[in-house]
Design a protein around this ligand. Sequence first.
Ligand SMILES: CC(=O)SCCNC(=O)CCNC(=O)[C@H](O)C(C)(C)COP(=O)(O)OP(=O)(O)OC[C@H]1O[C@@H](n2cnc3c(N)ncnc32)[C@H](O)[C@@H]1OP(=O)(O)O
Ligand SMILES: CC(=O)C(=O)O
Length: 539
Amino acid sequence: MTERLYLYDTTLRDGQQTQGVQFSTPEKVAIAEALDGLGIDYIEGGWPGANPTDSEFFEARPETRATFAAFGMTKRAGRSAANDEVLAAVMNAGTPAVCLVGKTHDFHVTTALGITLEENLENIRASVAHMVASGREALFDAEHFFDGYKANAPYALDCALAAYRAGARWVVLCDTNGGTLPGEIHDITRAVIEAGIPGDHIGIHTHNDTGNAVAGSLAAVDAGARQVQGTLNGLGERCGNANLVSLIPTLLLKEPYRSAYDIGVDRAALTSLTRVSRQLDDILNRVPVKSAPYVGASAFAHKAGLHASAILKDPTTYEHIDPALVGNARIVPMSNQAGQSNLRQRLVEAGIEVDRADPRLGEILEEVKRREDQGYAYDGAQASFELVARRMLGLMPAFFEVKRYRVTVERRKNKYDRMVSLSEAVVVVKIGGAKTLSVSESMDEIGADRGPVNALAKALGKDLGPYQDCIDDMRLVDFKVRITQGGTEAVTRVIIDSEDGEGRQWSTVGVSPNIVDASFESLLDAINWKLVRDGVAPA
Ligand SMILES: CC(=O)SCCNC(=O)CCNC(=O)[C@H](O)C(C)(C)COP(=O)(O)OP(=O)(O)OC[C@H]1O[C@@H](n2cnc3c(N)ncnc32)[C@H](O)[C@@H]1OP(=O)(O)O
Ligand SMILES: CC(=O)C(=O)O
């Protein structure tokens, strides 16, 4: 018999308190829909009245199965709950649930609010009673609860009990400053239950300032709390909140949680977790964190030869779960840490059949290790590795030959008498018997200079004759430059991530003492990989 454990998402409120994050209304709608699709119980949409976007969002919020909550703060002292205009704006959003933050640490009451401890208790009681009287599901976010409990336990408990007795459905214990460790969270949550608030009325809201937000949330659940608050990808004030993208699979797949709780998210929805996590990164224009638990691109990447060898015999040797459960995928990358097992697996994935006893497998491995010593890095540029292997196996068509290229960067005055840069590139390629010369500049549609590599990419992709149809939908999505030590010399490594119209992504690498040459090599690999993978016949 499983017990219900509720998930409360605050990506749209505490997540928006992340430095550099500002959601638009359509973005908030898209995130709310994704959360609803996952099966989250509560979606906190923001603080109506605090800013125009949050107010607008509550008017535009989508219909959801999840319960929508508006966030705000308890009423100020010296006025009634009904006459507090900040609280009124929150209530007017018309959500079925309302979550109000209130002080529970005596120091904050006297220092930040400048009121008496009794006035604060009355503010909590009156505000919660006002929510309940308006027919809302009332949540009380007990701000600084753990620090408050350590400083003055009777007062912190009085605040929590005041909210509970006034009718709060949930009293959410907040580790606002994020400094409380899991053991303390466990013991203090237990103490709250013993003081008279049942666990199925207690929520936990942690911050990640010690890197323990997820562990702290689990500790509170172990102690009896039955609501967990968090955000997608751990967004949130300062170091972020408990990451629901880590918590959800842990609660659903790991003991003792798997057998004990129903968290509202089912196994089918769990397979969308990686997609939802990346959708948020896409909205934020962030590169997904590769090492993110469960959903990161490296979460199931087996780089070391010993690992890859065992993985190919049985994936459970080095995987704690099947990556498909969370919609992720296994990768066995090639690098200087790899052995023949990695190599054979990569070749199979590229559709290349090579006999196990073929001596060229050893030669490819040697070549990869030799090139990595020069500065190449193939574990993040699998498309370039594939081209190296194809060349050594005689499986790489000669699509075109670059005869020469040139790029210039000029500083000059524009018509407004401002100094601007302009990069121009010339590329000459030979396809079949014919030579083509393409010229391009780096100016984008609003007249900004996008740099010499952009100019080169445009020139190279401008006229590739019979291959043009195939490469027209290619797009450069990321460009990473590192100065690294190749052999004894410092060299530049450029990794380019490309994408095509089908959403396929691939990465290529170029290395040279010269950044333009390294970029050009990486660009060439990107085009050649697309041509070979699309099965284009050489001219
Ligand atoms: C722990 C958390 O993360 S809680 C969420 C915090 N989120 C935010 O603050 C984001 C949204 N906030 C805002 O847009 C603004 O702060 C507003 C609109 C709410 C208030 O703006 P302002 O009226 O200009 O006040 P300001 O932000 O300077 O200060 C907050 C006021 O609320 C008071 N206050 C803070 N917490 C509470 C509370 N729980 N109950 C009652 N009053 C409170 C403070 O004492 C301060 O009042 P004072 O100006 O009389 O000293
Ligand atoms: C309410 C909240 O976000 C906090 O106390 O951290």
